[in-house]
Design a protein around this ligand. Structure first.
Ligand code: GLN
Length: 540
């Protein structure tokens, strides 16, 4: 049962992209720092069952949990901030809600009643929220509702909040995040959009308890009062959320503003005095005062969109801070990378990362970047498709296997060094059918990977259909490749390294999904360290 569990909903108004995910994650961090047990959930109003089939241009990167759920990238923030793992239950879309309801209807579970948005859809949403509370593992469940209040798709979710507030009283708190724009010509901060968005919530029967006002300028005297007066909340419940230098500063800013205290007060929770944020502060301090600097080239095909490689960017922040190093990331559109321009493009880089991806667009540029990193002994990390490209590059340019490729790009290649996994053959349903989630990998103790992880058995998350073709193992090994990590259950190659290279690591899995502030991922820490050493060696 969830008798004592408190439910915090985070809604957004005025504009999208205000950072509900960061506010939710920051609140989770503060509650954890006060000793509470917390989980965060994201409800996405779109109709897709999950974001697995979405192009990164739609909602940014698809994040994968340990249990193999393909989820919204906000779950990545939750894990990075809270250092706790999320699961399938932490991300629910309208599509999944309707799928569950329709499945129940087909089974006759509604006993002949007319199935409707209220109560059936809202009951199913409620069930998804309370499911987490009922695990008995948490004091607080923070549920972020995607989209913006007033969107047609978010209506059933807001209605569910209304019902839960009514049913559970002080155990439900609603935080509404809005934007307070600054009008330069008037020299003023404007609260009207906030007033309107709260009105829109009120029309749907929900009175927010706390308003978080996102602003580029400090809220001057009177602004908080004005918002409080128009939106029926106490001035202490109006929280300023100013633009921060880094998202990792937001928990500290929210602590100053007392967001956690407001939540504890509103939920009638006794307030523990101690807030343990010492390590977090140390991390932020390292981040803001780096001693060194390196530049890493990220070669991928979704370079126009900031969020497409979100977890990779954040992992560099963690791995950089662990080395007291600022990591500048230079994006390269792989379609534009050619043999001719590679040297001028990659000039000055201290490391090259080739990104995950699907399909053949830009593949030759990725292969070219890998050749350059291999020949010039530049630290290299290849992730998923990046590792597969490293195998292709090695086959073509070192083993001289002309036309070697992955069967994903060239089904008729004479040398299919990357091939479809046996269990993937015959699959035609694309949603949720890849090799997904966490799998074991045993490391070669001679490898760079082992040096980084400092242990033999690791677990890493996957999201792919193709794999290294075991028929080529011997040839690779005889020619300088170390098969540094193997999945013991299925005997799959998970990591390849070059023996004759300072740091060249290709991984079939996604290390970026499991890097957190508390536990920066060893491969990113190792890669940044190698880049730093390479940078220093250039200066000599
Ligand atoms: N497209 C490749 C595969 O399916 C790589 C996937 C990825 O990079 N995530 O195996």
């Amino acid at each position: 049962m969830d008798h004592n569990v408190k439910y915090i909903f985070v809604t957004g108004g005025v504009s999208s992209s205000l950072g509900k995910g960061i506010i939710s994650s920051s609140l989770a961090k503060l509650l954890l720092a006060r000793g509470f047990k917390v989980t965060i959930q994201k409800l996405d109003p779109y109709i897709n069952i999950d974001p697995g089939t979405l192009n990164p241009y739609e909602h940014g990167e698809c994040y994968v949990t340990e249990d193999g759920a393909e989820t919204d990238l906000d779950l990545g923030h939750y894990e990075r901030f809270s250092n706790t793992r999320t699961s399938q239950a932490n991300n629910v879309t309208t599509g999944r809600i309707y799928q569950n309801v329709i499945t129940k209807e087909r089974k006759g579970e509604y006993l002949g009643t007319t199935v409707q948005v209220i109560p059936h859809i809202t009951d199913e949403i409620k069930r998804s929220v309370r499911l987490l509370g009922q695990t008995g593992k948490y004091d607080f469940v923070i549920t972020e509702i995607g989209g913006t209040v007033g969107d047609i798709e978010s209506f059933p979710f807001i209605e569910t909040v209304r019902q839960m507030k009514w049913e559970l009283g002080h155990r439900v708190v609603v935080i509404h995040l809005t934007l307070v724009p600054y009008l330069k010509s008037a020299g003023e901060l404007k609260t009207k959009p906030t007033q309107h968005s709260v009105k829109s919530l009120l029309e749907q029967g929900v009175q927010p308890d706390i308003i978080v006002a996102r602003t580029e300028h400090p809220l001057y005297e009177g602004v908080k009062q004005k918002i409080a007066q128009f939106c029926n909340v106490a001035p202490t419940a109006v929280i300023e959320s100013r633009d921060a230098e880094t998202i990792y500063e937001v928990p500290l800013l929210m602590l100053e503003e007392g967001l956690d205290l407001e939540v504890l007060k509103k939920t009638e929770t006794p307030i523990p005095e101690k807030v343990d944020l010492a390590n977090w502060k140390k991390f932020v301090n390292n981040l803001k005062n780096p001693k060194y600097e390196v530049t890493i080239g990220l070669v991928g095909k979704y370079t126009e969109l900031k969020d497409a490689y979100k977890s990779i960017n954040e992992s560099f922040i963690h791995g950089g801070a662990a080395n007291q190093t600022k990591v500048n990331i230079k994006l390269f559109q792989s379609e534009d990378v050619t043999t001719k321009n590679i040297a001028s493009k990659m000039k000055g880089l201290d490391g090259i990362l080739v990104a995950p991806g699907f399909g053949s667009r830009g593949i030759e540029g990725k292969i070219e970047a890998i050749r350059y990193a291999r020949e010039n002994k530049i630290p290299f990390l290849g992730i998923c498709l990046g590792m597969q490209c490293a195998a292709i590059e090695f086959s073509r340019n070192v083993l001289k296997l002309k036309g070697a490729h992955s069967t994903e790009m060239d089904p008729k290649t004479p040398y299919p060094v990357i091939d479809l996994m046996e269990e993937q053959k015959g699959i035609d349903n694309l949603g949720g059918t890849m090799r997904l989630g966490s799998y074991k990998c045993k490391l070669d103790t001679e490898s760079k990977a082992y040096q980084a992880y400092k242990k033999e058995m690791i677990h890493e998350r996957h999201r792919h259909r193709y794999e290294f073709n075991n028929e080529f193992r011997k040839l690779f090994e005889e020619n300088g490749v170390r098969l540094a990590g193997i999945n013991p259950e299925k005997d799959l190659v998970e990591i390849i390294e070059l023996k004759d290279h300072p740091w060249f690591v290709g991984v079939q899995f996604h290390p970026e999904y499991s890097s957190t502030v508390k536990e920066p991922h060893p491969l990113f820490v190792g890669f940044v360290k190698a880049a730093l050493e390479y940078n220093h060696s250039k200066e000599k």
